[in-house]
Design a protein around this ligand. Structure first.
Ligand code: FPP
Length: 237
């Protein structure tokens, strides 16, 4: 199938859900589901490149995911580090710029080191910006944004009467990126799960029953095609 060429979203955000169920259905350990999930990430990044999507934000590890068994957390961190090590040169070749949002200092030191190295090595790329949400929570981001704004007020850099939507947006982790146009969630769950709470206000949602490891380029194209049929009114007529 050729990539659709109707309205293409500038920013796609994805809640990659269902790795555990994918593994369970096959009698495999959960980490196998995550490993297959990492392969789906590669396909999705390629698909976004083909569609000339500018920004792709992936919910790779939530602030709440730390509550999972230690063995799964360690395996996920190892997978992330390996993914970055192995894929950075490919990202560089494909003009992908890597970025990350979340409380990145919560990540294990080796992971942080690799992440910053990969970000640095891809910094000059002008194609797709791939943003990994890591140790990310939407409520935490808003709290961090409020603290950052209050610091500016305390320093006398801004007057509290000047605070508006635009100014607050500039104090969020996502200040360098536009709000997502399209949110995709896999595995059929109808939840936001503390993802980009502020930024998703007017985002079109697309939920598919497919589990994340089964989500391929064709599924991305189908979601984008559906996006092209949506009427966006932002509350107006
Ligand atoms: C949700 O599935 C997925 C995660 C918590 C982690 C997402 C990680 C990956 C897709 C792989 C690694 C990512 C990168 C960028 C290398 P789940 O475990 O909640 O699934 P379940 O609801 O079926 O249990």
């Amino acid at each position: 199938m050729a990539a659709p060429h109707k309205a293409i979203p500038s920013h796609v955000a994805i809640i990659m859900d269902g790795n555990g169920r994918w593994a369970k259905e096959r009698g495999l350990p959960r980490i196998k589901g995550h490993e297959e999930g990492a392969k789906a990430v590669k396909a999705c990044v390629e698909g976004c490149g083909e569609l000339k999507i500018e920004f792709l934000t992936l919910y790779a590890f939530s602030a709440e995911n730390w509550r999972r068994p230690k063995s799964e957390v360690l395996a996920l961190m190892g997978l992330l580090e390996r993914f970055l090590k192995e894929k950075t040169s490919e990202m560089a070749e494909n003009n992908v710029r890597l970025q990350a949002i979340g409380r990145l200092t919560d990540l294990p030191a080796a992971c942080q080191k690799q992440l910053h190295k990969s970000i640095e090595q891809t910094a000059k790329n002008k194609g797709l910006t791939l943003i990994l949400a890591l140790s990310y929570g939407g409520r935490l981001e808003i709290i961090d944004g409020i603290k950052s704004l209050l610091r500016e007020v305390d320093l006398g850099h801004i007057d509290r009467a000047m605070i508006d939507v635009e100014m607050f947006s500039k104090h969020l982790y996502t200040r360098y990126y536009p709000d997502p146009d399209l949110l995709i969630r896999t595995s059929g769950e109808m939840r936001i799960s503390n993802f980009l709470l502020w930024q998703l206000s007017y985002t079109e949602m697309y939920v598919t029953p497919k589990l994340w490891p089964d989500f391929g380029k064709e599924d991305l194209f189908a979601a984008v095609e559906e996006f092209g049929r949506r009427q966006r009114r932002y509350g107006a007529l």
